[in-house]
Each structure stands twice: as C-alpha cells, then as structure tokens.
Design a protein around this ligand. Structure first.
Ligand code: SAH
Length: 385
C-alpha cells in the first residue's frame, strides 16, 4: 500500500457550553450576538463582519477578527466556538486523492474525500452517520447507529477541508476545492433541512460563494424531496439509478418500492435544471450479469430519451462478502458504446484512491474492525466513488 497515513489525536477537549457558530443562519447568528449584548442597531453590521471572517477568510479564532472590537471578541470567545469536525485519520493516495476519517463531537465517525483533478478538485462530503436505505451493493459499514448530521457538521467538513488544503482566499482566486459532491455517507434528501442550510451558507455570496453549478447532490431517488431541492436549492442533481426495470431496482435500491422508476424519471424531467439543459447525472453501478446487458443499455437509452443526461458508469467496488461482482471491462465497454451511439456522454468512472480505500465506508469499517460480512437488516450506505 503506497499511502501515507497519519493518526492525530481526535479528541481535543470541547466545551459543550459553547455555541458553535459554524452552520448558523444569519438569523441565528443575530440571536447569538444579541445574547452577547450587542445592541440592536449594531447587530446587522456585527453579523456581517462575523460572516466574512468565518466564511470568507476561514478564521479559526475570534482573536484574529480585528474589526470586531476587543470587548466583543472576548465575549465571543467566552460563549461561542468555531468548530470543525476532528480528524481521526488522514490518508494520502499516490494519485493525489485524500481521505479523512472524521470524528464528530458525540464520537460518531464519517468520511470525507478530496479528489484532485489537474488544477482543481472535488470534495465529497457526508450527510448522515450511516444510512437507512440498505442498497444491496453498498459496502456494509456495519454502523448500528444512523443519525442526521447537523448543518454545522456538514458545513464543517467543507471548512475543515479548506483548512487542510490551505484553500482559503488567495489573490488569484484559484481554488483547490472547486466543486462539492454530496456523495459521501448517507442520503442527503433524508436530511434535507440540514443539507439545505449548509449548502445555502456555502452558496451565500458574501461568504464562501460557491456557485450552485459547482454543487452536485446525489440521491437514491427520494422523489418528493427532489422537487423541493430543485425549487429551493437548484443545485446539480445526480440520481443513483443503477437499474432500468423495477424488478431489478427494487432489489438493488429498496427505496424503489416506494418511488418506482417511472415516478423517478418524471421527477428528473421536472427538475429545473433539466429545463435549462443543465445535465442530470445518472449513476449506474456496473454489476456483472445483473444490470449490464445490452438490452439494459438500450432500455436506459429509451428511459432517458429527451433528458439532458450524462451517465456515470461506476465499476462496482467489491467488498468482502458482497453479493455481486463488478462487470467485466468488456461488458462495461459494450454497455457504454450503446449509450454513446445514442448521443449520451457515458464516462466510466476511473477508480481513484484505491490504495487508501477511497470508496466511502471502507475506512470507517477498518477503523472499527467491523466484520466485513453482510448483515441482515440495517446497513450503512457508502459511496462507491
Ligand atoms: N444516498 C445517495 C448518496 C450516496 S452517493 C445516493 O444514493 O445517491 C454514492 C454513490 O456510490 C451512489 O451512487 C451509490 O449507489 C454508489 N455506490 C455505493 N456503493 C458502491 C459500490 N460498492 N460500488 C460502486 N458504487 C457504489
């Protein structure tokens, strides 16, 4: 294994009485400064200053917020914190991919991955600890607990990655993290409110100011929330389709039993970006002799007809005890060529960070020394990227 791994103490002391400012909306921040005794006429200005320190410059302490006044800085330091998740482990792949195992305040762990590409890169962040969807091909994290991440924990991942990559403002505006993909652990649309709050802060033009076009949210197909996501957030959409008929998709993605393919595809057609010819990404995991026949490829073309779509073919990232195998290169190539001939871009996702187990869930499992056997019942969702 060619990766460098460094373990850092993850349990720095936290004072639970401190209010973490990361992830608060402007309204919540205003309430916080009001509680600290900032008079009403100053609150707007103070919140604006704080916002820029936190999200424009990435300040990690109140001491550096020079224009806030000494008195306020002291009161902030006494009652508030600026907290990112703790790093339990950092892994560097030989291909530049980086992966972090993050420990949250309650001891739960999630993963985050940075995938560089020439002069920029994508950050893959998690939305839940564990997942309730039980997709059959998804690596078992054997995580008994499932909970939503808070807005602060979702946003905190991004802030932490910028710290680690030294990616806070620089004069030429160059960004190492140029895109965010909500493709880590969990189903983001099952944690809609917190995901939306974090993304709205990330998109806020006075702060981090990442464009909605630079953000992609991936869903297993929670149809009702897709509509809301399109209306309110208008970020790029990725859909984990993985099968072209309900019989197979019911097996692979049990959520399909609630929201079958026809309903899902209609929700994609109704998604605002589809009207603007911003393409929707369809993720399709390649499982040998399960969903990878030529008939499947032709059916996929038929299903997506008229949609501005791009299809990401993901070679199955096998895990010990998995009930599937990855399709052969030959079958993947034949599948892709049917899609290409029909005019669809269908890149085969290149495996990245294999030497550091970049498919989400695997690092966490290793950390817990969890048995890698398939368990009945609840399983953790893991990104297979
Ligand atoms: N719950 C969301 C976000 C997870 S994104 C969703 O389902 O879209 C992670 C992507 O990797 C999903 O498309 C998921 O289906 C896929 N994936 C999960 N395990 C995988 C594996 N072992 N091999 C390949 N892809 C996998």
């Amino acid at each position: 294994m060619n990766s460098a791994s460094e373990d850092v103490p993850a349990d720095t002391v936290r004072d639970e009485n401190l209010l973490n400012l990361i992830g608060l909306t402007r309204t919540e921040l205003t309430e916080a400064v009001a509680k600290l005794g900032v008079p009403e006429r100053q609150q707007r200005m103070r919140v604006g200053q704080l916002w820029r320190w936190l999200y424009n410059r990435g300040a990690a302490s109140f001491a550096e917020m020079s224009d806030l006044g000494k008195e306020l800085r002291l009161r902030l330091a006494e009652g508030c914190s600026i907290e990112r998740p703790n790093i339990a482990q950092t892994l560097h792949s030989t291909d530049g991919t980086m992966k972090w195992l993050l420990r949250l305040a309650d001891g739960n762990e999630v993963e985050m991955v940075y995938i560089p590409d020439l002069d920029h890169g994508a950050l893959c962040i998690s939305s839940q600890v564990g997942c309730t969807l039980n997709c059959r091909f998804c690596h078992t994290g054997t995580m008994p607990l499932v909970r939503n991440l808070t807005a602060g924990e979702i946003l905190g991942q991004f802030m932490l990655a910028r710290d680690c990559l030294d990616d806070w403002p620089n004069p030429d505006g160059h960004r190492k993290i140029s895109t965010i993909v909500m493709m880590g652990m969990g189903e983001p649309l099952l944690n809609y409110d917190n995901v939306a709050q974090a993304l709205n802060i990330i998109m806020d033009s006075d702060g981090i100011a990442l464009s909605r076009r630079a953000i992609t949210l991936s869903t297993a197909g929670l149809v009702p929330a897709m509509e809301r996501c399109g209306r309110e957030l208008r970020v790029n959409l990725a859909v984990s389709l993985h099968a072209v008929n309900d019989e197979v998709r019911d097996q692979l993605v049990p959520l399909n039993r609630r929201h079958p393919i026809a309903e899902l595809i209609q929700a994609c057609r109704d998604y605002p970006s589809a009207n603007n010819a911003r393409r929707i990404t369809f993720e399709y995991v390649m499982l040998q002799e399960v969903n990878d026949s030529l008939e499947d490829a032709h059916e996929l073309v038929r299903l997506l007809h008229g949609l501005p779509a791009k299809i990401n073919l993901i070679p199955f990232n096998a895990w010990p005890g998995a009930p599937y195998e990855c399709s052969s290169n030959n079958r993947i190539r034949r599948f892709a060529s049917v899609l290409n001939d029909a005019g669809f871009a269908a890149p085969v996702r290149a495996p990245r960070g294999r030497d550091i187990m970049a498919a989400c869930g695997q690092l966490k499992s290793a950390s817990k020394k969890a048995p890698a056997v398939k368990r009945k019942g609840r399983r953790a969702n893991t990104a297979g990227g």
